[in-house]
Design a binder for this molecule. Structure first.
Ligand code: HEC
Ligand code: HEC
Ligand code: HEC
Ligand code: HEC
Ligand code: HEC
Ligand code: HEC
Ligand code: HEC
Length: 405
């Protein structure tokens, strides 16, 4: 009987929590301040967008680490990474937490918990908290090969291998409050108030604060047009590009102020120092993270009004949908009377359509992310679709060889 009562009590408590969270109009306090409502509040009226958004890379950009969000295996036989004969790192579940434990000659020397997950498309990297500082765990998970790998740049030293500063967080979380104080100049050992972390790239990170919009639309359900929320449709092309460039123009920018404050309509140039010349040279641009500069160097971009939104609906996961992307190309390249691609007489229409991006935006290796899946194994580099849309004779050869096989 006691047990039944206890269970009933727990259920009531859970329902009460759920009620408070879902009750219309009660935007839960957002760490960014009262102007923000939090993504949960948006879902109430924008249910379709909110649902599809849950499958996007932006939603997954960062999450609390749990058995459900860490995808590497903890099963015996698959949970060990040997550094050499004497040293290894073992992925362990214990006391309700997930840990990377460092062993020397069979003795556990140090262990750190998986606290935060970054990514989940190609690779996952993990962070742990040590007081108010964040560090990256030495091992990451390489999704494509379904294997544990070293974290990029890892140099086999287990203790506090790499501190994670605000710069990583500015692109991979929506907000975290930096604590004032002891920060050393030029050091990345910033301290954060972990209770203020807003995971993922959320609705208001891209749309700006929405509490007033939520209140207005809630209290005026008869009004079918939006009030008090930034309108992308009325932004200039440069402003729309900047809203993506703030995170998609690479990690080599020196910021003047935090991009956590960036709002749609802002000019990114006001947040940073001018780029170094070597970072503008299109032949040197890395395919990882520099979509903004690469696209801007393409003839498609220079000779049209395209922006990132021409090909990407950021609320949906369209990864791998090559035919959908071909339709985007053909919205400009199918002018009547033109052969839009000089290969069109060599390939069947279906092949051509399913492969525009393989030939013109091929997956190339990045120099930024390289990992090792085993001791002494050669480094593996991540593949990323380049956004410099052009003619790549090498890639064309590969495709033709593959098709004619
Ligand atoms: C009480 C209902 C309601 C809530 C809650 C709500 N919205 Fe809206 N929103 C609307 C209505 C109505 C429109 C106008 C019709 C449309 O575009 O869907 C709108 C339009 C928008 C637009 C399009 C603006 C434009 O014209 O380009 C954006 C962006 C938007 N909302 C973002 C948000 C975000 C972000 C949140 C959460 C912080 C949110 N909304 C919460 C009702 C709501
Ligand atoms: C606050 C930072 C931020 C902003 C702003 C941002 N992105 Fe991203 N975006 C990311 C990060 C981080 C990832 C990688 C997430 C991951 O894989 O975990 C990403 C991934 C993507 C992807 C890859 C999707 C996939 O499934 O592989 C696309 C496409 C993309 N962003 C487009 C855009 C566009 C278009 C805009 C502007 C409307 C934009 N992003 C604005 C941070 C941002
Ligand atoms: C990575 C940035 C990004 C994120 C995250 C994001 N949006 Fe958007 N959203 C955009 C952009 C860019 C547009 C303009 C699209 C266009 O006009 O081409 C847009 C348009 C909209 C619109 C109006 C047009 C439409 O498609 O109906 C609504 C409503 C909206 N977003 C709501 C949301 C909500 C709710 C969330 C969170 C669940 C969200 N957005 C998350 C970038 C983002
Ligand atoms: C200027 C923004 C920016 C900064 C700073 C940044 N990243 Fe990223 N990160 C991105 C974008 C954008 C992507 C995905 C798109 C791509 O591959 O170009 C990404 C991808 C990743 C991925 C792969 C995700 C996946 O799903 O495959 C990991 C892991 C990652 N970043 C970790 C980090 C870490 C750790 C730091 C700090 C040392 C960092 N990033 C700093 C923007 C950033
Ligand atoms: C918004 C319209 C638009 C879209 C969408 C578009 N392009 Fe283009 N593209 C152009 C224009 C305009 C040119 C320049 C034509 C010229 O110079 O005569 C161009 C040029 C090109 C070229 C020639 C590049 C060179 O260096 O000679 C290729 C290849 C190309 N586009 C492929 C693509 C592919 C593949 C896609 C889809 C992933 C695409 N385009 C999407 C407008 C577009
Ligand atoms: C002409 C069409 C087009 C435009 C414009 C475009 N993209 Fe993409 N983007 C693509 C295609 C195609 C892919 C590959 C999708 C896939 O993996 O299936 C892609 C992939 C990405 C990825 C994931 C990279 C990878 O390979 O993992 C990111 C991030 C991204 N785009 C960001 C952007 C940003 C930011 C902009 C604006 C600066 C932009 N894109 C403009 C077509 C476009
Ligand atoms: C098998 C590889 C391959 C595929 C698939 C492919 N292209 Fe091409 N494309 C090429 C090559 C090679 C050229 C350059 C031919 C030349 O200059 O002789 C080219 C040229 C172009 C040009 C420039 C034409 C000009 O007059 O200079 C455009 C635009 C283009 N392609 C668009 C597309 C689009 C859109 C698709 C998908 C519907 C596509 N291509 C599919 C290989 C390919």
């Amino acid at each position: 009987m006691k047990k039944v009562l206890a269970i009933a009590g727990i259920c009531i408590a859970l329902l009460a929590i759920l009620y408070v969270q879902l009750k219309p109009g009660t935007a839960s306090a957002d760490p960014r301040g009262n102007a923000y409502a939090g993504s949960k509040a948006c879902a109430r009226c924008h249910a379709k967008i909110a649902d599809s958004y849950l499958h996007t890379a932006h939603f997954m950009a960062s999450m609390p680490a749990t058995a459900g969000t860490v995808h590497g295996s903890f099963a015996a036989g698959k949970n060990t990474f040997s550094i050499d004969q004497n040293q290894k790192i073992v992925m362990e579940k214990r006391g309700g937490g997930l840990y990377q434990t460092y062993y020397v000659d069979g003795k556990a020397k140090d262990a750190h918990r998986f606290d935060v997950v970054f990514g989940g498309v190609k690779g996952e990297s993990y962070l742990y908290w040590k007081d108010d500082r964040l560090y990256q765990l030495p091992l990451s998970y390489f999704n494509r090969q379904d294997e544990w790998s070293t974290s990029p740049g890892y140099k086999f030293s287990f203790v506090d291998f790499r501190s994670i500063g605000k710069r990583c967080l500015e692109c991979h979380v929506s907000y975290v409050n930096e604590m004032p104080g002891e920060k050393q100049q030029l050091s990345r050992d910033e301290q954060f108030d972990k209770s203020t972390m807003v995971y993922g790239i959320d609705c208001e990170r891209c749309h700006g604060p929405g509490a007033q919009h939520v209140d207005f639309q809630t209290n005026n359900p008869q009004v079918k047009t939006a009030k008090f929320i930034a309108r992308y449709a009325s932004l200039s092309r440069a402003q729309r590009m900047d809203a993506c460039a703030v995170c998609h123009s690479g990690i080599h920018t020196s910021l003047l102020k935090s991009t956590f404050g960036f709002m749609p309509g802002d000019t990114f140039a006001k947040y940073k120092l001018p780029e170094f010349q070597q970072h503008l040279d299109t032949t040197q641009l890395d395919v990882h993270g520099k979509q903004f500069q690469l696209l801007q160097s393409s003839k498609c971009y220079l000779n049209s009004k395209m922006d990132c939104g021409t090909c990407h609906d950021t609320h949906q996961n369209t990864r791998g949908n090559d035919v959908l992307y071909a339709q985007k190309c053909l919205s400009c390249h199918n002018n009547a009377g033109h052969t839009y691609c000089k290969m069109s007489n060599k390939l069947g229409a279906d092949v051509l359509k399913s492969k525009c991006i393989s030939c013109h935006m091929p997956e190339l290796t990045t120099n930024v992310i390289s990992v090792q899946v085993a001791d002494k194994a050669p480094p593996v580099r991540f593949f990323v679709h380049t956004h410099h849309i052009a003619i790549y004779p090498q890639e064309v050869k590969k495709i033709l060889a593959f098709i004619n096989k």
